[in-house]
Design a binder for this molecule. Structure first.
Ligand code: F6P
Length: 344
């Protein structure tokens, strides 16, 4: 812990934008104002640090800038993925900028890729490095939830509830692909909350025997459909089936004459006004980030565990991908999924 008072915080948003990032920026700016700390916003993720000679990439952010942003999706600081943060040259340049602008602490709102860059900076810059978990994927270890996840789940549910109406009207099978990169948090939560007949994700499905898996899936769909005339919704995690939902639909048709309508929800899940849960989480975390800086903390991610805000070492946050709750996986696999024995 350091006793030197922090005078200037830099903040940026990085990687995939998530609803609630604006709320987090707002909370950081309000908390910094409370503690008489100046805030410099860097635009376009880490690119803003690396190209900061362009004045448009770094600006003081005051209360006026954050007045009406708590309800807006996206991020007014813009975001980007930045390959240069994986290089020594990029890290050195970012560190130089932070030193030149007399920054004492850097706050990054982002996901695991962004925090890998943040942690790498510690070898080049001595200031405080603080992460706020902002990603719809909810895959950061050490926090129950990341900012944006609740909104993405809500968006997925709203979309699938609408699809259900058509699926019921036409007694159709739908195969709906959800985001999450390589994690099934969105897929399981959305699937269960919209009563999907089948959830296919990394946590309950392996591609080791792809052809056999396809045959099993086709047999399950046929069996489940035998005695009922209704809709059948399968949710599938992106990056699970080679070629995605459209390819799987094609293969089910070729193999077993199963007609299923594929639908990829895609980036619709990243946008939109954050739900209350994300606004509140982002606000609590933004305030906690500044308080952590004032307390002299370093190399940490702000987290929430059992409704309490806490700090997790950045190393831990990115070391393992957070796993989906076993309770959710078991409930879906063993009880909720539609089978021949369970014709509700
Ligand atoms: O990490 C957020 C996320 O939306 C993932 O769910 C998805 O795999 C990825 O970003 C998509 O990235 P891009 O917008 O760069 O295509």
């Amino acid at each position: 812990m350091s006793n030197v008072k922090c005078q200037r915080i830099a903040i940026l948003t990085s990687g995939g934008d998530a609803p609630g990032m604006n709320a987090a920026i707002r909370a950081v700016v309000l908390a910094a104002h409370h503690y008489h700390i100046e805030v410099i916003g860097f635009f376009h993720g880490y690119n803003g640090l690396i190209c900061a000679e362009s004045i448009s990439e770094a600006k003081p952010i005051g209360l006026g800038h954050v007045k009406s942003i708590i309800h807006r999706g996206g991020t007014f600081l813009k975001s980007a993925r930045c390959e240069q943060m994986r290089t020594e040259e990029g890290l050195k340049k970012a560190a130089e900028t932070l030193t030149e602008k007399a920054i004492d602490a850097l706050v990054v709102v982002g996901g695991d890729g962004s925090f890998t860059g943040l942690l790498a900076l510690k070898n080049y810059w001595q200031g405080q490095l603080i992460g706020i978990p902002g990603t719809i994927d909810n895959d950061l270890d050490g926090t129950d939830f990341t900012i944006g996840f609740a909104t993405a789940v809500n968006t997925g549910i709203e979309a699938i509830d609408k699809i259900r109406d058509t699926a019921d009207a036409f007694e159709r099978i739908f195969l709906i692909e959800l985001m999450g990169r390589h994690s099934g948090h969105i897929t399981f939560n959305v699937g269960i909350a919209c009563g999907a007949e089948k959830v296919l994700s990394f946590e309950n499905f392996s591609l080791a025997e792809q052809q056999q898996q396809l045959e099993t899936l086709a047999a399950e769909i046929k069996m489940a459909q035998q005695n009922r005339h209704s809709s059948y919704i399968i949710v599938i995690a992106e990056n699970l089936w080679p070629g995605g939902a459209f390819e799987l639909a094609k293969e089910l048709k070729e193999l077993a004459e199963i007609e299923c309508t594929a639908c990829v929800l895609g980036h619709i899940q990243r946008g939109g006004s954050p739900v209350p849960k994300d606004r509140l989480l982002a606000t609590k975390m933004g305030v906690a980030a500044v308080q952590a800086i004032v307390a002299g903390e370093n190399h940490i991610m702000i987290a929430e565990k059992n409704s309490a805000t806490c700090y997790i070492p950045l190393e831990q946050a990115i070391q393992h991908r957070k796993v989906v709750s076993k309770q959710l996986i078991d409930a879906q696999n063993n009880i909720l999924a539609l089978t021949a024995q369970n014709q509700y």
